[in-house]
Design a protein around this ligand. Structure first.
Ligand SMILES: [Zn+2]
Length: 432
């Protein structure tokens, strides 16, 4: 039968419970260790979707016990996106039972799973068990634990040896070994002779009497919880820099905010930005897609906890306008020339042959380049809502190959025409 294992460090936790919370018989229960089952189901370590853990009370759990357990649940819910919710009809759930041991499956096991609680009088002993429910193994079962503690196998109760086995799948979440973890055994836990079962190795011997605390969730426990389930609140977006981006030109913006290490995706309006980088812990950077409608857009980020606030990102037209370069054009085949300018303005595409050096008076005053000697209007139209205007250009087969063509566009603001006109860059295209 179970023999309670006393751990002196646990006694401080008793003070956290008021006399009203538990009847005297419960308050006097000695603090027992944790009895993980020797084997786990195939689903061991499975996460609870959305951090939602449905549960129900077994018939032998009193209201006072429920109150005490709810306080333990609140400790976890306060630091992570975890919600212990009374079961309605969920197919996987936890059944809490008053028992002679503290014991839990590790992770969502599938179907009903029993959570045995003996120490309703120790909030963080219950938190320890809830951490098992959420998928966490004992800290001293990490694959790298031999660098930090030495198991004194000869002092361990033979039936409890499996509690000291390294679990290869016990993910460390990339976090350092945590002597302060609520999931660490105390130095003499599960001992059959009172001698230590765990010795802290150099250079951390100072932690020898500290291991096994059941008074709080350590910073490492909180970090591990958040790596799996996220923080209790979504990320917060404080700024997007720059706040205005020119359409089409390569645009990159940097978001600043908090809880960015948990961001799983970036949303531009309703579009998911799959590719982003994290130049700093509080920064996320991504390229703004081209051809967005000019005007105000919104940016938000999401973690598994939820979506952040939204901030505005302005997309403006190109000023001066930009003509995309088309290096070669095959005579007899139409090719689209794209101009990026403000929306709703009238655009005119002009061309010139380099072998027709006719000077056109007033060209420079219009703002066109000096090479632009002969004006051939190719087309005109009104820019689209995304600040782009495309005009097909067809160079006749009668034009010789190997000729340089110069293209430049004018943008006319018919509402307020001013000189010099807004003109694009000059692109040079060779005929083939
Ligand atoms: Zn345990």
């Amino acid at each position: 039968m179970h023999r309670p294992i006393f751990v002196c460090a646990f006694l401080t936790a008793l003070g956290a419970l008021s006399a009203q919370e538990l009847p005297g018989a419960l308050r006097s229960r000695p603090i027992a260790g944790c009895r993980l089952p020797a084997t786990e189901s195939a689903f061991a370590g499975q996460r609870w979707t959305g951090g939602n853990v449905p549960f129900e009370w077994a018939a032998n759990v009193t209201p006072a016990m429920q109150t005490a357990m709810r306080a333990a649940m609140a400790e976890v819910e306060a630091v992570a996106n975890v919600h212990f919710i009374p079961r309605v009809a969920e197919i996987d759930w936890v059944v809490l039972r008053d028992s002679v041991i503290n014991s839990s499956s590790v992770g969502r096991a599938g179907g009903p799973q029993l959570l045995h609680i003996y120490n309703w009088n120790s909030r963080f002993t219950m938190v320890h068990e809830l951490m098992h429910v959420l998928g966490f193994w004992h800290e001293h079962q990490r694959p790298d634990r031999d660098q930090f503690v030495a198991v004194q196998t000869g002092n361990v109760e033979p039936t409890e040896l499996h509690q000291f086995a390294i679990v290869p799948t016990a993910a460390t979440q990339g976090l350092p070994y945590d002597f302060d973890s609520v999931l660490h055994f105390a130095q003499s836990e599960a001992s059959h002779n009172g001698q230590p079962t765990l010795l802290v190795l150099p250079p951390n011997q100072g932690q020898q009497s500290a291991i096994g605390q059941r008074t709080h969730l350590s910073s490492g426990d909180v970090a591990a919880l958040r790596r799996i389930y996220g923080s209790p609140t979504p990320p917060v977006l404080t700024a997007v820099t720059p706040g205005t981006v020119t359409a089409w030109l390569p645009g990159q913006v940097t978001l600043t905010g908090t809880l960015f290490d948990e961001v799983t995706r970036v949303l531009l309006d309703t579009t998911v930005i799959a590719a982003f980088t994290r130049p700093a812990p509080d920064q996320i950077r991504f390229n703004v897609p081209s051809l967005l409608l000019l005007g105000t857009h919104t940016v938000a980020v999401e973690s598994q906890t939820g979506r952040s606030n939204a901030v505005s990102l302005q997309i403006t037209g190109n000023e001066p306008p930009v003509l995309e370069n088309v290096p070669v054009i095959v005579r007899g085949f139409p090719l689209g020339y794209r101009l990026h300018a403000d929306a709703s303005r009238t655009n005119v595409l002009l061309a010139s042959f380099d072998n027709v050096p006719t000077a056109v008076p007033g060209v420079l005053q219009l703002g066109l380049g000096a090479q632009f000697t002969t004006l051939l209007q190719i087309g005109s139209g009104v820019g689209g809502a995304n600040g782009q205007w495309q005009v097909p250009v067809l160079v006749s087969s009668a034009v010789p190959s190997g000729v340089n063509l110069y293209f430049q566009a004018l943008v006319l603001d018919l509402q307020a025409p001013v000189l010099p006109l807004s003109v694009s860059n000059l692109v040079t295209t060779r005929t083939l």
